[in-house]
Design a protein around this ligand. Structure first.
Ligand code: GLC
Ligand code: GLC
Length: 635
């Protein structure tokens, strides 16, 4: 079929819909039509690919177009003018992810925390899901009952709007979650399905044949094996098993039904209209299912994301996607592109920095990033050390094998190391989702607790304390200097330790991720302000590095080249732009020396370490003390 011809034909047939619409803004109609003409092909192609065999596809196109036009019109004139479309390349960017209630109490009080965020240098605020969700366990808000209603515990829709405005007034960006793989079982769609409405039953995956369930279960990964074995939950009301990749109250949406795509696109456009700049695509690897496959990262998942992306280009062009794919590195990278996700979490670097800290060896980190760090021009990583979730040990097993690493054994070691079951470990992590079938698990804990600070304080061991502070500084220094947006996680800026209070809450007790979701109180903030406390030392070192980053354009647009150091404990990369920077890190507690020749990449004789102010030369060897990082800038 001639796609271009067919797209034009479809668009011409749809035009009367736009002409009949009563536009609030006359100019909006003209601008919208331009967007549509420019991007319709990018919407048409994926939808025909996914849904071309549906007899009523044109009906869905019609409906989708009405939605796109309505949202565009409603928002017209509210977008910020003159916004640099590539704002996410700048060295000024610094993100933080926070829970509204745990970080501030509610949305109104969150506005009072803006000065704190500004003083830290934050300009990208990710609010964990804040929509209506079931009482009790809601997977930290990731079970959404209504995308259009702010959870009353956190405030009102109006509060959110005011917050967005307050952030924008400070030139800060708002990031919201787009939880589109599943809804909660209390969402009105799920309620209608339970009430027997077949139309809404088709919004989800209902399977009544037990052997079919078994067949699917034999090919898909178990994400929450301690919640329930397999990926299905029996639901009496519908007399069937419902596909539930995560918790049993999170029902996976059925994107093989075009009506679901159109309905969720409407919710997405609503979120975009709240004034957010980035949507975080939650659990996007799972959105397409097909019998006999792993049902993760299938080609159709990419096609779907391209279609959602095209909706934004047409109706809310300033909004970007951030991919949350915590999967094999090659699969992570496939979601990254201007036509899919312009931003992506970097789980590979995150996991391998922790791996290097445990082993004191950098070969896996270096080899993996050499292979996977490059992403398409203009797209960016969102680099992070910790987040609200667990750490999963993702890397490429074949590449590890080439380096002599047995991945299964190595993951076991890392789990033991970070959960404190390995002699001499500095870490105080907690296991999450131990799989009874294969002994697999993931690790939870805050940055400070995993890096050894909690243990050092408990043991009152000053040497250990110094090392722990240096480990934290090392991770922060890499996160802040490699290409991308560095993303902090609430509390890690204040050096908070694990919080075990979740064990007393019946809704949280079985989900160890709550150990790193502490309710921050005024003491936590006060300690971060005092350099006489260990937390204050964490905060002060972080702030110093943020200031340096934001003052030097070399941390902005330039690309990263991962370098060989020929030292098993050292990790290095260069940023080559108008200025040049070499970042060199020691992942061991022992002093090491690197030949000064590594500085030749800076093509200059005038080199300063931005972190110490020391001059460096290519003729002498570079000495790195325990966990030291050097930010060598050429003049
Ligand atoms: C993402 C979230 C995680 C949640 C899951 C299901 O991975 O980060 O917290 O449990 O999706 O929504
Ligand atoms: C995510 C990931 C999984 C992660 C989980 C949240 O989507 O795929 O590895 O641990 O959900 O805990």
């Amino acid at each position: 079929m001639d796609r271009v011809f067919e797209a034009n034909k479809t668009l011409a047939r749809l035009m009367p819909v736009l002409n009949a619409k009563r536009w609030v803004h006359k100019e909006a109609k003209i601008a919208f039509k331009q967007n549509l003409e420019e991007h319709f092909q990018r919407l048409f192609d994926p939808l025909v690919e996914l849904y071309g065999h549906h007899y009523d596809l044109h009906f869905h196109f019609d409906r989708l177009l009405r939605q796109l036009a309505a949202h565009y019109d409603a928002q017209y004139g509210q977008q910020r003018a003159n916004m640099d479309p590539f704002w996410f390349h700048s060295e000024k960017n610094l993100g933080i992810a926070v829970y509204v209630d745990l970080f501030a109490g509610d949305l109104i009080k969150l506005r009072d925390r803006i000065p704190y965020l500004k003083s830290l240098g934050v300009n990208y605020l990710h609010l964990m899901p804040l929509y209506l969700a079931p009482e009790g366990d809601s997977d930290g808000g990731y079970a959404v009952s209504d995308y259009r209603q702010v959870n009353p515990k956190l405030g009102t829709n109006e509060d959110l709007k005011l917050l967005a405005e307050a952030l924008h007034a400070e030139d800060m960006r708002l990031v919201l979650d787009f939880v589109f793989n599943h809804t909660s079982d209390e969402h009105s769609w799920a309620a209608s399905a339970k009430a027997g409405d077949r139309r809404y039953q088709d919004y989800y995956y209902l399977v009544s044949d037990e052997s079919e369930v078994a067949e699917y279960n034999s090919t898909v990964r178990e994400i929450f094996p301690t919640v329930r074995r397999g990926s299905f939950t029996w639901v009496n009301e519908v007399d069937a098993w419902v596909w539930t990749t995560f918790n049993s109250f999170q029902w996976d949406l059925n994107y093989s039904n075009p009506e679901v795509f159109v309905a969720i696109a409407d919710e997405m456009l609503h979120l975009a209209s709240l004034g957010c700049d980035v949507l975080r695509l939650d659990a996007l690897a799972f959105i397409w299912k097909q019998r006999g496959t792993v049902c993760e990262s299938l080609p159709q998942a990419h096609t779907l994301i391209k279609a959602f992306n095209a909706c934004l280009r047409i109706s809310a062009p300033h909004v970007l996607f951030k991919s949350e794919a915590i999967v094999h590195p090659d699969e992570v990278n496939k979601y990254i592109g201007l036509d899919e996700c312009q931003l992506s979490y970097n789980p590979l670097m995150m996991a391998l920095m922790w791996e290097s800290l445990a082993t004191r060896e950098t070969k896996l980190l270096t080899a993996s990033l050499k292979r996977s760090f490059q992403i398409p021009q203009h797209t960016r990583w969102v680099n992070y050390i910790r987040c609200h979730d667990d750490i999963g040990w993702t890397w490429d097993d074949q590449l590890a094998a080439q380096l002599g690493i047995n991945s299964a054994d190595h993951r076991l070691f890392l789990n033991r190391f970070y959960t404190g079951q390995f002699d001499g470990s500095f870490a105080r992590g907690v296991p999450f989702q131990e799989n009874p079938a294969n002994g697999d698990c993931r690790v939870c804990g805050t940055l400070a607790s995993l890096a050894g600070l909690e243990q050092a304080v408990d043991l009152d061991d000053n040497d250990a304390l110094v090392l722990a502070l240096r480990r934290i500084q090392l991770l922060n220094a890499l996160n802040l200097s490699i290409t991308g947006i560095p993303l902090l996680y609430q509390g890690d800026d204040l050096g908070v330790f694990n919080d075990n209070s979740y064990l007393e809450d019946p809704h949280k007790r079985s989900d160890a991720r709550w150990v790193n979701r502490k309710m921050l109180n005024s003491d936590d903030f006060a300690r971060g302000d005092k350099v006489s406390t260990v937390q204050g030392r964490v905060a002060a070192s972080l702030r110093q590095m943020i200031r340096i980053r934001q003052a030097n354009p070399v941390f902005g647009a330039s690309q990263t080249e991962i370098l060989e150091t020929y030292n098993p404990h050292a990790f290095a990369f260069a940023r080559i732009g108008e200025q040049r920077l070499l970042v060199l890190a020691n992942f061991s507690e022992h002093r090491l020396e690197i030949p000064g020749s590594i500085l030749q990449i800076l093509a200059s004789r005038q080199i300063t370490d931005l972190l110490t102010g020391d001059a460096l030369g290519t003729d002498e060897s570079i000495e790195l003390s325990a966990y030291q990082v050097i930010w060598a800038l050429s003049h």
